[in-house]
Design a protein around this ligand. Sequence first.
Ligand SMILES: [Zn+2]
Length: 299
Amino acid sequence: MKKIILMILIILLIAIAVIVILSHQPKTLKQPSSNFKIVTSFYPIYIMTSNLVQDAQSVELVNMTETNIGCLHDYTLMAADMRKIENANVFVQNGLGLESFMQEILSSYPNLRVTDTSVNITNKMEENGHVNAHIWTSIPNYISQINEIAKKLSEYNPENAEIYSKNVQDYTAKLEELNQKYQTELTNLTGQKAVCLNEAFTYLLKDIGLELINVETDHEESTLSADTLKNIIHQMKEENIQVIFVAEEDNQQNANTLANETGAKIYSLNTAMTGELEPDAYIKAMEENLEVLKQINTN
Ligand SMILES: [Zn+2]
């Protein structure tokens, strides 16, 4: 009898423990459907927008693609990503053709409002017959992009207009301070020649006055042909080019070949295309790049 009572007590205690544990589980927050839902196309645009929506009320920010897909150039639209756009009030894209899937999205969501962050960019660069879309690596371009986003968010979601306006001003101030450093600390690079093996850096490097030999690689410089390499080596020797830029995540095999053949140095930069999901991610990436660029010996 005692045993049975003991058993019942133990079972009761376990049951109580389970109930207590379950009732303390964090509940998944169901957003009310009246939320203003913003979907961004990929990481850089998500980081821009995340800075603008801080402290905004009833706003939901979703990035359509996974954080580390890299460039949209290498991306194919997936059904699971497409579903994230459901009930979105606005879709924010980089523009200039980087979101090659926009037609597909708009045929599924014909009423979706699309904000194109590139509309006010004036220094668009054409390479091999198409516009280089990696505009965000130039800080002034980036500032133009966030201002366009803030303008459109205020228009579509006026309840938070004041917050968007304050956020974009604060963020712009930080970016301008960083841009000032680029303008004053790298003046020795103006007019210098360099080989750039990742098209994402064109805007950044042109900003600081470098003269680039641009090699289109689709972010994978290991695909360069032997002929292309030969021509670059020839030009580097001819013009005494001592600097090669690559992206941190690139395969550096060909950069090494170029360096070995010419004695040039390789400098790895951050494309700000992948990274941590934190508001200061872009600023940190560009601060990191500034330090790398300061290492370049121009004597
Ligand atoms: Zn790309």
